[in-house]
Design a binder for this molecule. Structure first.
Ligand code: SF4
Ligand SMILES: [Zn+2]
Ligand SMILES: [Zn+2]
Length: 302
């Protein structure tokens, strides 16, 4: 297998594009795809300060690495959720990586924020682990972005993640979720950082290869609360379609983002945000969900 660009030995075959590439040309290809998505969906401008949500997994570390390499001003943010060994290893990987790339990494511990790590919170609250964790992460990411003067929060969702969620939301006609599934959630309030997904056009396989070729040491274990079986089911269906018709995955996602644009715009116009009387951050229902969570814990423990 030879690299299509230089004729050297190829390390990866990309069926979707009908090409094989050597290591340096694959790295160049990957970074071009990231920059391409940033430009296509107008995710970021060159001077912006970006806070990358870093879990310690390959996609979030790749996001940080690629953004920095592409010349963006990106720092990292890690939330230590206190999920035993998983959180300990995630944090270690994030810290080690930050040290290697000489990047600034802000770390926040959930225990310090609400008094409990995630496993104890799950027992107290009648909500699924991921719903509760999602609420906490959204709040803390936005708060830290504002505190540090960052205009954007970047996450490491890749094309497989996005296409699988899209398929599942379409099958259930989950309009509420569909309206939030854009690679760019713009800021529509001065105290709300925009959210971007720079890896939205690279696949899981491409992301794993990029991490490997750049010797990025990431956590391989999944979070013990991850509902991987469900997402794997949809990813598998999309990969079967992709196998029969190469290029379908990216087309499916791109067409949705391009043609569903009005959905995202309508959604933002509909929402009226007010300041949370307790923390001052914008919310649709004051006090905000995070302050309500803190208040419940306080009431139960006092
Ligand atoms: S799998 Fe769920 S609980 Fe675990 S880190 Fe992700 S959102 Fe949080
Ligand atoms: Zn080459
Ligand atoms: Zn609040």
């Amino acid at each position: 297998m030879k690299c299509k660009k230089c004729g050297e030995t190829a390390v990866i075959k990309l069926r979707s594009y009908n090409i094989s590439l050597c290591a340096p040309h694959f790295i160049e290809f990957f970074e071009r795809r990231v920059l391409g998505a940033i430009k296509r969906y107008k995710l970021l401008s060159p001077k912006e300060r970006i806070l990358v949500a870093v879990s310690g997994g390959k996609d979030s570390l790749n996001t940080w690495f690629a953004l920095k390499k592409l010349g963006f001003n990106a720092d990292g943010f890690h939330i230590d959720l206190g999920i035993g060994d998983y959180s300990r290893k995630s944090r270690e990987k994030a810290e080690k990586f930050a040290h290697e790339i000489k990047g600034n990494l802000v770390i926040v511990e959930l225990k310090d924020e609400v008094g409990y790590p995630l496993p104890s919170l799950i027992k107290r609250e009648r909500r699924t682990a991921c719903a509760l964790c999602g609420l906490i992460k959204r709040y803390l990411m936005n708060r830290e972005a504002l505190k540090g003067g960052y205009s954007a929060v970047a996450t490491g969702h890749n094309l497989d993640d996005e296409a699988a969620v899209l398929l599942s939301n379409l099958l259930n006609w989950n309009i509420g979720y569909l309206t939030r599934q854009s690679p760019l959630l713009p800021s529509w309030h001065p105290r709300l950082a925009k959210k971007v997904k720079p890896l939205c056009e690279v696949t899981e396989k491409e992301s794993a290869a990029y991490a490997l070729l750049n010797r990025i040491d990431y956590i391989h274990e999944e979070c013990p609360y991850s509902r991987r079986a469900t997402s794997l089911f949809y990813k598998d269906i999309i990969n079967q379609i992709e196998w029969r018709s190469p290029g379908s995955k990216i087309r499916f996602y791109r067409e949705f983002v391009t043609k569903g644009k009005h959905l995202f715009e309508e959604k933002h116009q509909e929402e009226t945000l007010v300041d949370c009387p307790e923390c001052g951050l914008p919310t649709t229902h004051p006090p905000c969900a995070f302050c309500r969570l803190k208040n419940r814990i306080k009431a139960e423990t006092s």
